[in-house]
Design a protein around this ligand. Structure first.
Ligand SMILES: Cc1cc2nc3c(=O)[nH]c(=O)nc-3n(C[C@H](O)[C@H](O)[C@H](O)COP(=O)(O)O)c2cc1C
Ligand code: SF4
Length: 462
């Protein structure tokens, strides 16, 4: 069987009628939800556990295990679908929302029955206006048919879905910030524990799952958890949807087996790098994930495989001082949000690094000092290196700022800025050092050499 023969979510991508309930149902849609409302909730959860489904929102946490954290005696449980997708380079969820909204709705009905949820929410990034309209229209169709609301499909289960539009803050994708935002408050992350599964929306147990995670549920209920696990590899079941952008001939959204390596993804799936250029670096899962070099691409772009490179366990942050890349996690990188960014050998890696840390500095919620101050400093130092104003010691300074942020913040946005910085510095240190060596100090009146603290690199003005 070839790579492209099995599809779970993407089969009808690009078919305009696929958004319509009639079409979806003709292709077998809502069969699983009908089946689920007649099942015991525990039986559905058992299939999800057996499926080895892992969360597609970033961390790859096993979905069945997350569900099991909901207290058994909870009077009210909420389901929240995270459709905030804002990580640069990541655009797979919006594709699902636009092309296959009914599969998400069907997955939500299944999850709601399994978790005994009456009210479910979709938190969608505000800028996704087109996706919002498609999604809301699909929900309206489902209500009109009696597939949502009181007694869905005439069963004893009742499920309501409400769509909430965010206002475009990246941090609102972090699950606790998302819940605060949904409650009408400021999108600020909360300390965990307690985890949302125990204390979430309005203090009640809440399962927050990614769009792709939930959209896999109809297939799992139809074919069984075991079949889903068998499609996957190791501890990860199913297929995976990735978005690919950057220097490839065929960027786009692809649903692929988890065994596909980075090189196969770039060369075979996406047609290779244009203009005969070579690959310099590939970010495997949204720009918060550490970059891989060309030499590291022959590894499956799958949760465990990407974390298992034993070669680099630590990075040197200051001469003689090492930073351990994480308890037990040999890291190098993670599958993250599924957003693959490919950079060819003409890419200025120092500028790419600056662009990335600048994004996180802009999006920091400012609640904790290491992140608020640290990301700002990262952006500033990275900027002066990238644009020709680097000073002696700046490369080590950058590493030590990143070191000061990683692991010291309320939420993972701090790590999201620190990890890629450390990876860029470890893998492309020569380029950063060359940039500093070749920096052009600005000569000011009186003959003093002066490099601006935060030169804009365009005017070179001091
Ligand atoms: C700064 C930050 C932004 C995040 N943005 C998203 C997002 O846009 N979409 C998403 O599904 N998860 C995002 N996450 C992960 C969520 O906090 C959460 O882990 C995820 O929605 C859980 O779903 P899953 O178990 O199905 O993966 C983000 C995490 C962080 C730290
Ligand atoms: S790490 Fe950054 S974004 Fe997260 S809570 Fe702290 S300041 Fe806010």
């Amino acid at each position: 069987m070839g790579w492209f023969d099995v599809k779970i979510i993407s089969e009808h991508f690009d078919v305009p009628e696929a958004k319509q309930l009639d079409y979806y149902e003709r292709k077998g849609g809502y069969r699983s939800a009908r089946k689920a409302v007649a099942m015991a909730p525990e039986a559905i959860s058992a299939e999800v556990v057996a499926s080895n489904l892992r969360g597609r929102g970033g961390a790859g946490f096993p979905t069945g295990m997350k569900w099991s954290f909901v207290p058994k005696d909870a009077d009210t449980v909420y389901l929240v679908v995270n459709a905030d997708e804002s990580e640069p380079g990541t655009f797979k969820d919006r594709h699902i929302l636009f092309w296959n909204p009914h599969m998400l709705i069907e997955g939500m009905i299944i999850a709601s029955v399994a978790l005994k949820v009456r009210n479910a929410y979709i938190y969608i990034r505000g800028e996704m206006a087109r996706e919002y309209r498609v999604l809301q229209a699909a929900i309206d169709q489902a209500y009109a048919k009696g597939y949502l609301g009181e007694r869905v499909f005439g069963s004893g289960a009742s499920v309501d879905i409400t769509v909430y539009r965010g206002l475009g803050a990246y941090i609102c994708g972090e699950e606790t910030a998302l819940l605060s935002s949904l409650e009408g408050g400021r999108g600020w992350p909360r300390l965990k524990p307690p985890f949302p599964a125990v204390k979430g929306l309005w203090g009640k147990p809440t399962i927050v799952n990614n769009v792709e995670t939930i959209a896999n549920l109809p297939w799992i209920v139809e074919h069984g958890g075991k079949a889903f696990a068998e499609l996957g590899t190791g501890r990860s079941g199913g297929l995976r949807i990735v978005s690919v952008c950057g220097h490839v001939k065929k960027p786009g959204v692809y649903e692929l087996p988890l065994t596909v390596t980075g090189r196969q993804l770039v060369e075979d799936v996406c047609g290779g790098v244009p203009k005969g250029r070579k690959i310099k670096g590939v970010i495997p899962g949204g720009v918060s994930m550490p970059v891989l070099t060309d030499a590291e691409l022959d590894v499956p772009f799958e949760f465990d495989a990407l974390q298992k490179d034993e070669r680099i366990r630590e990075v040197e942050v200051r001469p003689g001082q090492k930073f351990d890349l994480g308890g037990g996690r040999t890291l190098r990188t993670m599958a993250g949000s599924g957003g693959v960014v490919v950079m060819d050998d003409a890419t200025d890696i120092t500028q790419a690094a600056w662009r990335i840390v600048h994004f996180f500095a802009e999006e920091s919620c400012g609640q904790c000092t290491p992140c608020r101050e640290g990301t700002g400093w990262l952006a500033q130092v990275a900027h002066r290196i990238a644009f020709g104003h680097g000073r002696a010691g700046d490369v080590d300074l950058l590493a030590s700022i990143a070191d000061g942020i990683a692991g010291n913040t309320i939420c993972a946005l701090g790590d999201a800025a620190a990890w890629p910085t450390l990876a860029f510095l470890t893998k492309f240190r020569d380029e950063f050092e060359a940039k500093v060596r070749d920096a052009h100090p600005v000569v000011v009146a009186g003959g003093h050499h002066h490099a601006p603290a935060h030169g804009d690199g365009v005017t070179g003005a001091a």
